[in-house]
Design a protein around this ligand. Structure first.
Ligand SMILES: *Cc1c(COP(=O)(O)O)cnc(C)c1O
Length: 376
């Protein structure tokens, strides 16, 4: 959270996150709840405590610094850092907090071993392999050499082996998932044959839902916990349809007035009224992470009805057509996301208008001041 100058509020239903976790955990056991990037904009500490209450025993953060934040919560389980140590200052912190670090470079292993030795302890590691994403990780053919390297690093304990799928949420790209999973299986086999006792984990939300055959020992769902359907708008949409959105975003109406036929509105006058109408000026704009790309493309909910955005999204204001909502008044609440169930705007839908994915919508909208709703 960092935006503090507006009337936008991200309301978080923590029970929905707890319920989604239980649901995902039933489908694929031993779920590591992914809470990186401030729990996808939902608030790291509060979400961590809700997940702990729902039975989560392992949380996955991004940076090692986020793991340190968890130390000040009631969550007492294991913490995995998906990025692992990246900067020099991360190594000692990772050892001190007993974070299980994703490591995909030899240098990371050596420096973590050194830091653990200096602290008189052990560092916990998840060996991260690149099976096709081409971002981070050891290559499959390095598995044997990594085993040898580990024999010399006596302050390290490799407790997991991981890889990440590039196309799990794309119907039609299953062949590449199978290819990556096949490579991963072979890596796991080699490491175990070499004597390592490692928990294998491969699946993100999409893979957990769509590829039960690749569940291995642990799963790493993120977006699904917050109610995002990784298959929204695809032929596999049904797989994630029962997840409950946890974030609603509201603002307030500043002013309501008439717009006469032929009048334009907002910068560039890009929208021109085709008939006499009424517009509401809503207190949200791109400074609140409500993207200017939504100009003329988005909808909001006012008094139980969907109303279209007209003209450009400005820095702190956006106009909507409320001709069909005569009761709309200054001060009324407007939903940018969520709203009465029949017309509720889902993050995935907002993402589509925006030209992005629900992940980005959650991360960005979640930077607005948050309020937590504990019942529901
Ligand atoms: C973010 C992340 C996940 C979670 O992915 P979702 O698609 O949000 O479920 C899992 N594994 C890794 C390595 C990640 O970085």
């Amino acid at each position: 959270m960092s935006i503090g100058y507006n009337h936008v509020r991200a309301r978080i239903h923590v029970q929905a996150i707890a319920d989604n976790f239980k649901d995902m955990n039933r489908r694929g056991g031993n779920c590591f709840a992914v809470v990186k990037s401030d729990a996808y904009g939902h608030g790291l500490s509060t979400v961590a405590e809700a997940l702990a209450g729902a039975g989560a025993r392992t949380l996955a953060v991004g940076t090692v610094g986020e793991a340190a934040v968890l130390a000040n919560t009631t969550f007492t389980g294991r913490v995995v850092s998906l990025l692992g140590p990246q900067l020099p200052e991360d190594y000692a912190l990772a050892v001190k907090r007993r974070v299980i670090c994703f490591c995909g470079r030899r240098e990371q292993l050596r420096r973590l071993d050194e830091a653990a030795g200096a602290a008189g302890g052990k560092a916990l590691v998840s060996l991260k392999f690149d099976t096709g994403m081409r971002r981070l990780g050891f290559l499959p053919e390095e598995a044997t050499e990594i085993l040898e390297l580990l024999r010399g690093l006596v302050h390290l304990e490799a407790v997991m082996v991981s890889s990440h799928l590039a196309t799990a949420d794309e119907p039609g790209a299953e062949a590449f998932v199978h290819e990556q999973a096949t490579r991963f299986k072979e890596i796991v086999r080699v490491l175990r044959a070499g004597g390592l006792v490692v928990e294998a984990n491969l699946c993100n939300s999409a893979a957990l839902l769509a590829f039960p055959e690749y569940h291995f020992d642990g799963q790493r769902p993120g977006i699904s916990l917050y109610g995002g359907n990784p298959f929204y708008g695809t032929s596999k949409e049904n797989l994630g349809c029962c997840l409950r959105p946890a974030m609603e975003v509201t603002s307030r109406i500043y002013q309501v007035h008439d717009l006469k036929s032929g009048e334009g509105i907002n910068y560039g006058l890009t929208y021109c009224a085709e008939r006499d109408m009424r517009v509401a000026i809503v207190g949200v704009g791109y400074a609140d992470n409500y993207s200017r790309a939504l100009s003329g493309k988005s909808w909001m909910v006012v008094a139980g009805q969907r109303v279209p955005v007209v003209g450009r999204v400005c820095m702190q204001m956006t106009a909507v057509d409320v001709s069909a909502v005569p009761e709309a008044r200054a001060g009324d609440t407007v939903w940018l996301m969520g709203g009465d169930s029949a017309v509720a705007i889902h993050a995935c839908e907002l993402a589509q208008w925006w030209g992005t994915i629900s992940y980005e919508v959650y991360c960005l909208m979640g930077m607005n001041p948050r309020e937590y709703v504990l019942d529901r």
